[in-house]
Design a protein around this ligand. Structure first.
Ligand code: ZN
Ligand code: ZN
Ligand code: FE
Length: 754
């Protein structure tokens, strides 16, 4: 049985209540080693032992804890064992004081919620109720230390009742910086789209509920920005929001009460715990058919993105409505979520009919986080509210640096000491708005943490907006190849050192040879890392156009197999998407090699197969075709069969090349004989098998998986299953996303090689 190490971070009322001795007794009773340490950020625990004992430890903490203690948040992740000899109560670490970090916002706690719905309480139906265990933090912090004067709450003077709570060490609101009440705190107002006041305070929420019920679109200012809200049971209202937001098929998030949410989706116990966690993310889960949620919320999608209300305002509104709402980011495509009242009126005026605003300013935008349970672990797909901006340990002190991230799903990071402060999700750098947000956020984090960076790290792609921004900053510039950054990110996420095999599969990234990479295998050795293998390349006719048009990608793939293929098999689904003249143009591009860049991308291979199987020919949003292919694979998942493939060695490049041609040929011959779902499952199984084959070839016994392709639950679970059965140790992401949202962490972690 392998020994594992568990790192746990507990926040809540866990200090001065006998919690450390309790942890010591529990840990030693289970024969675990490690330590427990009190900090002003809460309690940190490291426990080492067999996985089953660690499970029992985790389960027992909330059940057997001292009765006067209260756990509000318990986060954990798994690391390799370091070989602790015993279990210690470590001395408090004075450096980790409460004011040292900007902490994330936390969903309303049970005690505050009870007060909000208690008619006898002075905060009855007050939408800004919070305490030291819950409420806004990052979204109101202007500078450190975290004192009221350094937050956007500074404009509100506490009334005597609030002040006495704030000053009483025995009170739950002792030093709760955003403390307030109906007398002294922030208030809501309902405006029409012209910005005229219609209602204020509680009447504004009542009127909002009425307008939602009537089918109107309301822009609601929440914790980290505006949501656009409609009645999720009203298909016409949801369709109207889609048209106005210019968003065809990308799923909307659903906000529903706890009981209702449980009826809309199939929740495992682990998923239920995640949904109810203080981070309160949007959880991607299998939806249940036959309920009152409109199909237009997540069209043609077996998954639903569900979250619970996480501020008193959302709780009050949902209780009044008694039905779920769509709560999608209040922004225009690829722009940053709106945080300011007048800005929202200007930018969302053409979409929303009414605006429910408030007068507590938002100092940092924060979108809702998105999480999916993969291989029984939460995988963060979008790291924002609840998770950002908590730092990630780099394991050793590095010189101050800034990492600007990639292009899609951008998030930047700054390094100070041992910590990487990865900022909240910014988004695709496709608009001036998002580029400005990146610049502002980097400047803000640098100021808050007083970082004078010596080095600026950016992606190797010369044309990324993030690269150009990095070039404009003072300091030494360091370029890190995209897929290596993915692997470094996964290593930092798990605090592992070389040697290992890194598998980086994603959409497209700039390769060392200037071509488009995306199906890469790296050997991470003590010295410099090196590319070891890649998927066979094929041309993308039309270049960037192919990203949105998987039928183009499929056409390129077929042409690569056999130049005559396109003429010989005109009935293949991707070719059906093209007129004769369009096909002719594409063939000309391919023959002459004009605007047909070659790629080794795994993401594009998924696109091509989705089109070949007639599952999806267009990407209405990033990753859509690949996701539909995954959904199809689940329906055929009973199969364990794999297609053939070849691994050859290029004497020219010295790389092993995975030739997918035998797989595609077999898949094509299955096309009209075998159920599509079975073909999709076989395709996924084959890719997992390819990773196993390369792992065996690599001579390594550990494998790190990173890149957007590993957001695919089916692929990850199959791959882990095969690798683990063959004795490999597998690392996947735990604290940052496997997609490009985790790139900046990898860029900082890369500094060890420079
Ligand atoms: Zn609270
Ligand atoms: Zn007050
Ligand atoms: Fe990537």
């Amino acid at each position: 049985m392998t020994t594992q190490r568990l790192r746990i971070h507990i926040q809540g009322a866990v200090q001065g209540v006998g919690f450390r001795p309790f942890i010591w007794r529990l840990a030693t009773g289970l024969q675990l080693t490690g330590w427990v340490r009190n900090t002003s950020n809460g309690l940190f625990i490291e426990a080492e032992g067999p996985p089953q004992q660690l499970e029992r430890f985790l389960e027992a903490i909330p059940i057997e804890k001292p009765s006067i203690s209260r756990i509000h948040s318990l986060k954990h992740h798994r690391l390799d064992a370091v070989g602790y000899a015993d279990f210690k109560i470590a001395a408090s670490n004075g450096q980790l004081d409460r004011t040292a970090w900007m902490l994330p916002d936390i969903a309303t706690c049970e005690e505050c919620l009870a007060e909000v719905f208690d008619p006898a309480n002075r905060r009855y139906l007050y939408p800004f109720t919070n305490c030291t265990h819950c409420g806004p933090r990052f979204t109101i912090i202007e500078s450190l230390p975290y004192d009221r004067a350094n937050t956007t709450m500074k404009m509100f003077d506490m009334c005597p009742a609030c002040r006495s709570e704030y000053s009483d060490p025995a009170n739950r609101r002792f030093h709760a910086q955003p403390n307030g009440c109906p007398t002294c705190g922030p208030h809501v107002e309902l405006w029409n789209a012209a910005g005229h006041l219609l209602e204020s305070t509680h009447a504004a929420i009542e009127k909002t509920a009425e307008l939602v019920r009537q089918g109107w679109i309301i822009a609601i200012k929440g914790l980290g920005g505006f949501h656009l809200v409609v009645d999720a049971t009203n298909g016409d209202a949801v369709d109207r929001l889609r048209r106005k937001k210019n968003r065809d098929e990308k799923p909307f998030a659903l906000m529903a009460g706890r009981a209702a949410a449980a009826t809309y989706c199939q929740l495992s116990p682990a998923e239920a715990a995640l949904l109810n966690a203080p981070e309160s993310p949007i959880l991607l889960v299998q939806s249940v058919r036959n309920n009152d949620v409109a199909e237009a919320v997540a069209p043609n999608n077996p998954l639903l993105g569900v979250m619970l209300p996480y501020t008193p305002l959302h709780h009050i509104l949902l209780r009044m409505l008694g039905r779920p709402i769509v709560a999608t980011s209040g922004n225009l495509a690829d722009e940053t979520i709106c945080t300011d009242n007048s800005e929202a009126l200007a930018r969302l005026g053409a979409i929303a009919d009414y605006f429910l605003v408030h007068n507590r300013s938002i100092s940092h935008h924060v979108d809702d986080s998105i999480v999916r349970l993969i291989a029984d672990r939460p995988v963060i797909l979008r790291r924002a509210r609840g998770y950002a901006p908590l730092p990630i340990s780099l394991g050793k002190t590095i010189e101050p640096a800034i990492a600007v991230g990639g292009h899609l799903k951008n998030a930047a990071a700054v390094a100070q000491g041992e910590q990487a402060f990865l900022c909240q999700h910014i988004g695709d750098l496709e608009t001036e708005s998002s580029i400005t947000t990146l610049q502002r956020t980097v400047a803000d984090f640098s100021a808050v943490y007083d970082i004078k960076p010596k080095r600026i790290i950016h992606d190797a792609h010369p044309d990324y907006a993030s690269t150009r921004y990095a070039q404009s900053l003072p300091g030494d510039k360091i370029s890190v190849q995209h897929h290596l950054a993915h692997i470094y990110s996964c290593m930092a996420d798990n605090e592992v050192e070389p040697p290992l095999l890194g598998v980086a599969w994603d959409g497209l990234g700039y390769g060392d040879d200037g071509s488009l990479w995306g199906g890469e295998f790296f050997l991470l050795e003590k010295a410099a890392p090196r590319r070891f293998a890649h998927l066979r390349t094929f041309p993308l006719p039309g270049g960037d156009k192919a990203i949105r048009q998987p039928f183009r990608t499929a056409t390129g793939l077929l042409y690569e197999m056999d130049a005559q293929m396109l003429e010989r098999h005109p009935s293949l689904p991707p070719l059906q998407q093209l007129s004769r003249s369009e096909l002719k143009t594409i063939v000309t591009l391919l023959q002459k090699g004009i605007n047909a860049p070659r790629t080794s991308s795994a993401g594009r291979l998924f696109d091509a197969v989705a089109s070949l199987l007639d599952i999806r020919h267009l990407n209405a949003y990033e990753g859509q075709a690949a996701m539909q292919l995954e959904f199809s694979a689940w329906e055929g998942e009973t199969t364990h069969e794999v297609y053939p493939y070849d691994i050859t060695f290029s004497t020219v490049t010295k790389y092993s090349v995975v030739d997918w041609q035998p797989m595609i040929a077999a898949l094509l011959s299955d096309l009209n004989r075998v159920d599509k779902a079975v073909i999709a499952a076989r395709f996924h199984n084959t890719l997992a098998d390819i990773i196993l084959a390369l792992a065996q070839k690599s001579g390594m016994d550990r494998v790190a998986l990173s890149g957007g392709t590993f957001q695919n639950k089916y692929l990850v679970e199959k791959t882990i299953g095969k690798l683990a059965a063959a004795g490999f140790k597998v690392y996947t992401h735990q604290q940052v996303p496997p997609n490009d949202g985790g790139i900046a962490l990898g860029q900082l972690a890369a500094l060890r090689y420079y």
